[in-house]
Structure formats: C-alpha cells, structure tokens
Design a protein around this ligand. Structure first.
Ligand code: M6R
Length: 620
C-alpha cells in the first residue's frame, strides 16, 4: 500500500515522478503528492483523491523546473484521506520533505517529543514525525558527504514498525535518501540517473536495471557518486543487481478499457508461462528452483498453505490437489490468523506461502513465524525479488507478468497452477505417483491455456447477463469440492469490484441456515463439477440447484460442455470446456471474473481501483 517514487538525474523530475506515480497508483489512491528541489528550495504539491486531482492542480499552478524529486500515492492508515494528510510531509523549518509507506508504531511518543521542542504538527499522520526528526538530526550531523544518509540512519534506528521512507533536503541538491524496514523498495539504475520505486513499474520506462534492498538498509542516490547502500549502523552493503524481465509495454493497458480486462485476456499466456520449462519431455516435472532436497521433501509430514484474499482461495484449491496426489495432510489458513493461534510446526512441516505481490504483510509475518518454528517455507509468488520469496527457503515464481488491477485475475489462476505443480512435484519426489500418472496430469496441465482461451472466446452472453444483474443488491455463489473456493473467489471479485453484497457457500452447507437468504428472484451462481467427478458430487450439486430454485432463486449455472443434467433447473447456463475435476477451477473462475468486471463497469465504477482498497497490503 502506498506507492513511492524518487528520482535524481538530468530529466525533468516532475515528469519522471508523475509517470512513476501513474504506474504505482494501483497501490493506493486516497491522495497523491510530489516534492521537487530547485535552487535550494523544496516545493510541494499534494491533493486528496486520485492522482488526476493532483495532475489537474499541477497543470494550473506548476512547480519549479527541477531534476530531483519524490512522489507518493497514498492508502490512508493514520489520518483520513485529506489534502493535509497527503504526503510529502515537510519539516517545520521547510528543509526536509518525506514520503512514507508503512506504519510507524511508536509515532505517538516521537510526536510528543517533537511537540515538546515547540514543533507544531500540520497533519494527523505518523509520517510527519520523521520529517521533523530528520530536520533536527540533520542539523546536528557533521557536514560532509553522506550527511543526509547518516541522519536517516540515526532516525531509522529510533523507529518501530514498518516503513519505506524517502527524503530530500533543501541543502542537498544532488541527493535523495531512503530507508527500508518491512516495506518494499527497489532502486533503478539508468545512465547517469537513479530511481526509487515501491516496485519496478515506477521506473520501467527508463531502465530495466534494478537493485534489491534488504531489511534495515539505507540507500543514498547521488547525482555523481551513484548508489550507496548501508545498514542502519552505516556498514556498507553490496545490493543484489538484477534485470527486470518485462518492459514498459507490459505495464500499459494495451487498448483495453481496464487493466483488469487486459489481465483476464492474458491468462492463457500467463498460465503457459507458469508451466514453461517446468514440464519435462518425459512427462515429469522439473522444478529446479525448489531449493529443498529430495530428502527434505520426503521428510514432510504436513503442509500448511498460508495466504490472504484471493491467494487464500488458491490455497483452498491446492488442498484438494495436494492431499489427493500426495496423501499428505494439508491445512489452509488465512495468514492474518495463522501466527496468532500458535500452529503446530516443526522441521517436517512445509509451509507454502502464496502471494502475488510478495509484499503482503500478513503473509510475510506468517512466513517469519513459520521459519522461527523451523518449518520449511516455499513461496509461490509473482513479483520477482520481493520480500516474501527472498525470505523463503524456496520459491516458485508464477511468471504472470505485472498485475496492475487491484482485483487479482491472472495472479490467481497462475497461483492455482503453481500449487498444482508443487503438489505433483511432491508426489513425484515421494514416489506416491507412478511416472505415467504424473505424465497424464502433466498433459492435462498443458491443455489448460487452450481451455482458458476457449472460455474467453465465449464470454459475450456472460457480459449480457452481467448487465442484467447490475442493479441487484445480493448475489450468492455455490460450489462443492474445488468449486467451493471458486464460489468464494467469485463472491470476493463481485464484492470488491461492484460493491454488491455477495457470499460464497459450500453448496451442501446452504441448507444448514443460509438458504433462508433466498427470496423470489435472488440470483444464485452455481459452479457445477464435472459429471465425471468422484462420488457423484455432480448429482448432489444438481440437487442443490433444485433446492434454491424451488425457493425462488434465479439460477446461473456454470457447467461443463455436454452436461445437460443442469438444463431443467438453470435460468442461465455458462459453458466451460471439459477439464479434469481438480484442474477445473482454472476454467470455471474465468466467467466469474468477467461477470464481476462487467457488473462493476455497468454500475459506472472504477474497475481497476475499487474504493478503500490497494493492490499490495503492506500493513497488518
Ligand atoms: O499480493 P497477494 O497475493 O499477497 O495479495 C493478497 C490479497 O490482498 C489479494 O489477493 C486481494 O484479496 C485481491 N484484491 C483480490 O482480488
């Protein structure tokens, strides 16, 4: 949450910073602000609401020309989304401008300390204390190169909580400094120019050369000295360099009205990329990047899948597949609950953390707890070099490319596919599936991109249906077996995008109370398993459709091609290709994404940036 941009170079800093903020706006859009440094003076502009509000103001008032600047797009924590609380925050003497992502937990005593010296605060934020402290500490720091970085280290040592801080000082016309603890920050290195960003999207239009920063590090960007990284005590650190494997075009809408539509359309390729290089010619799985030895994998006697939101739903699907293929017990848990209930973990527990962004704080904290308890941690992640994969014992990247829309789509499908790979790999290494059985499932996995393409090519009736649902107050989603997490995901997509009350239920559970919600005309979406599914789950779901229809529901049924059993009870049928039961979520989820997107669009809402949300949730 919150997007951060910093720049030192020879270009117009306002242009560079605003362009970076446009690409990072998905991280938070409660307010936006910039500060530039010219002729020994800091100038700022900040505005509540989306970046467009700030841009409008800048178009009218402008800022002095400058080649050094910082910018911020905010997801509010301390203090409401007002102009005053927008970043940057400037010290009382006007010398320092600071932007911040995270929460400074000990801000209250620090604020009292500043106030005791006569400082008057102009916002309700936790961030403002840093601006005042930094100005005071800078004044006491001996003159010389690296003075602002030294002041930042001194201040950072006093802070508790999670923070990425970026600061400029009026007396340092060539320097931007930043500090990082538990919040994301990457450095971009161009030709004689340097960038900071919450993620590489901030500077991808200028350079693909990036540096990873570790925890508790301070970085100085200097126009002539370049990039210097230290820990909070000043010891020099060599950052890890890497090349970003996607370009600016990947971060653009590419002709679609919404990033979400583009990302839905990219799903066949994204899933193909998740599988790329991991399916061997003999039908075996090749997961070289799983840096756990075969013996480690054989020793595992329990798996936890830990994640949040949509990634949690991917974990719920993983449980069915991993348990079925490996016979290892799997528990799936919300990351925000996991570490606070003292789960039983040891060296033979595998904890799979699933996160598109790799920065979700709840998931990161769960990961750390698991490692403290000596469990092995495997991350399934999309964002290369982010904190979660860096702190895990092993990582499987999903290679979905940048996901910008707040609602996760290709991130989810590729997480599900990566979970299948983990389950099947465990089965292969542990010898609980014969090579030909693994090869048969690998063939099914290879077919998924074409099956998603087939779904996408027949979405016009779903869009039409969506338009007819746009004025509803409530939608219910039902599913059994792997269809249950799909129902949860369909409901989450609708809630977050269209602000319509939606709930997902296990279809068999509805009769234990929630069926009372059904009234004349209540739309109920039912994810129907394949007629070939085990233990006649299909027949039971068909009965569940009848039960809700008998009570007045308008039934919208997602069913496999050729499944005619549903026809007598369905007001609307959405067809998906025949897919093996465990893999079906990869196709049945897609119409639900399209449905939610179209309903939100029909209601005139911002599909990519729903209210109150941010893409990457970096607070607990
Ligand atoms: O980046 P992560 O996968 O860790 O994010 C987890 C959730 O915050 C995320 O999936 C969220 O639920 C999405 N907005 C759902 O569309």
């Amino acid at each position: 949450m919150c997007g951060i941009v910093g720049y030192v170079g020879s270009k117009d800093s306002l242009d560079v910073v605003l362009e970076g903020l446009r690409r990072l706006e998905y991280r938070g859009y409660d307010s936006a602000g910039v500060a530039v440094l010219a002729d020994g003076r800091l100038s700022t502009a900040k505005k509540a609401g989306k970046l467009a509000n700030l841009e409008k103001e800048l178009a009218e008032a402008g800022l002095p020309a400058s080649t050094i600047g910082i910018g911020h797009t905010r997801w509010a924590t301390h203090g409401g989304p007002t102009d005053r609380n927008a970043h940057p925050h400037v010290s009382a003497d006007g010398s320092v401008a600071v932007i911040h992502n995270g929460i400074i937990e000990n801000f209250a005593p620090l604020r009292a300390e500043c106030e005791a010296t006569g400082v008057e605060f102009s916002s309700e934020t936790d961030t403002e204390v840093v601006a005042h402290l930094l100005a005071a500490v800078y004044a006491e720091t001996p003159e010389g190169s690296g003075r602002l970085a030294e002041a930042m280290r001194t201040v950072s040592r006093r802070l508790e909580g999670a923070f990425t801080l970026v600061a400029t000082h009026a007396a340092e016309p060539d320097t931007v400094v930043a500090s990082r603890r538990n919040s994301p920050l990457v450095v971009g290195v161009g030709e004689g120019e340097y960038f900071l960003g919450s993620d590489v999207a901030a500077f991808i239009a200028h350079t693909r050369n990036a540096l990873e920063l570790g925890q508790d590090q301070v970085v100085e960007l200097h126009r002539t000295r370049g990039v210097t990284v230290t820990d909070f005590d000043g010891a020099s650190v060599e950052p890890t360099a890497y090349t970003v494997d996607w370009d600016a075009a990947a971060a653009e809408k590419g002709g679609y009205d919404w990033f979400m539509l583009k990302e839905i359309a990219e799903q066949p390729q994204a899933v193909a990329d998740t599988l790329l290089g991991r399916l061997g010619e003999q039908g075996e799985l090749v997961l070289d990047e799983v840096r756990l030895s075969d013996q480690d994998l054989r020793d595992i006697d329990k798996v936890f899948v830990v994640a949040c939101g949509t990634a949690y739903h991917a974990g719920l699907i993983a449980k069915y597949a991993i348990e079925h293929w490996t016979r290892i017990p799997v528990e799936v848990e919300l990351a925000s609950e996991f570490r606070y209930r003292d789960p039983v973990l040891d060296r033979s527990t595998l904890v799979v953390v699933v996160s598109q962004s790799g920065e979700t704080m709840d998931t990161l904290m769960a990961l750390r707890h698991a490692k403290d308890q000596k469990a092995r941690v495997l991350a399934i992640c999309n964002a290369n070099g982010s904190t979660i994969p860096r702190e895990s014992d092993a990582v499987l990247y999903t290679h979905a490319g940048p996901e910008v829309a707040v609602a996760s789509t290709k991130g989810f499908l590729t997480q599900v596919v990566a979970c299948y790979l983990v389950g099947l790999f465990l089965a292969q290494v542990r010898g609980v599936k014969y090579a030909d059985e693994v090869a048969a499932i690998v063939e099914d996995l290879r077919a998924l991109p074409d099956q998603i393409r087939a779904v996408l090519s027949s979405m016009d009736p779903v869009r039409e249906l969506a338009r007819s649902l746009a004025t509803e107050d409530t939608l219910l989603f039902l599913g059994r077996h792997v269809g249950y997490p799909v129902a949860l995901e369909g409901a989450l997509k609708l809630k977050e995008l269209a602000y319509i009350h939606a709930e997902g239920f296990a279809a068999g559970e509805l009769k234990h109370g929630s069926i009372a919600l059904i009234d004349q005309g209540t739309p109920v979406v039912v994810v129907v398993p394949s007629p070939r599914s085990r233990e006649s789950v299909h027949g039971k779901v068909v009965s569940n459709i009848q039960e809700v229809r008998a009570r007045g529901a308008r039934t919208i049924v997602i069913a496999e091609d050729g499944d005619d059993d549903v026809l007598p009870y369905a007001d609307h049928v959405i067809r998906v290709p025949r897919t093996p039961t465990l893999l079906a979520p990869v196709v049945t989820t897609v119409p639900l994404q399209v449905l939610a997107c179209e309903i939100a669009s029909t209601r005139g809402l911002d599909v990519d940036q729903p209210r109150n949300l941010a893409k990457s949730v970096t607070v607990e």
